[in-house]
Design a protein around this ligand. Structure first.
Ligand SMILES: [Zn+2]
Length: 120
């Protein structure tokens, strides 16, 4: 895996083509995309698509270096998919909790207003 360097290209919703690269550097496995969101430090939808095996934006006719299957196998072999998706699952869980808390706050505000009107 020391010479790991797999690249696939994915067509974005805007028609732009982005390159996602799986490689190792400094003893770490990295998955990078050359889109602006990724460069700005965000988990972009292109990397999300690759990690979730969503091929809807993938076009093998584009000058692909490394195949989709090769990328998918390496994401599992290196453990990168497992690590990233575990963190993403936690984010989804927290957002769900946040939605519940927002609902509770809304209900609490309604009770405050009701109390002003003589309610319990
Ligand atoms: Zn991207």
């Amino acid at each position: 895996m020391s010479n790991l360097d797999i690249r696939v290209q994915i067509a974005g919703s805007s028609g732009n083509v982005y390159e996602i690269k799986l490689f190792q550097w400094g003893g770490k496995t990295k998955l990078r995309c050359d889109c602006q969101a990724s460069k700005s430090g965000y988990f972009c939808k292109h990397r999300r698509a690759i990690l979730h095996k969503d091929q809807s934006g993938y076009d093998s006719r584009l000058g692909v270096l490394g195949s989709w299957d090769e990328m998918q196998e390496a994401l599992d072999a290196t453990g990168l998919r497992k690590r990233v998706l575990a963190h993403e699952a936690r984010r989804v869980e927290l957002e769900s909790d946040m939605d519940s808390i927002k609902d509770e706050i809304k209900a609490a505000k309604a009770r405050v207003a009701a109390a002003c009107e003589g309610g319990d």
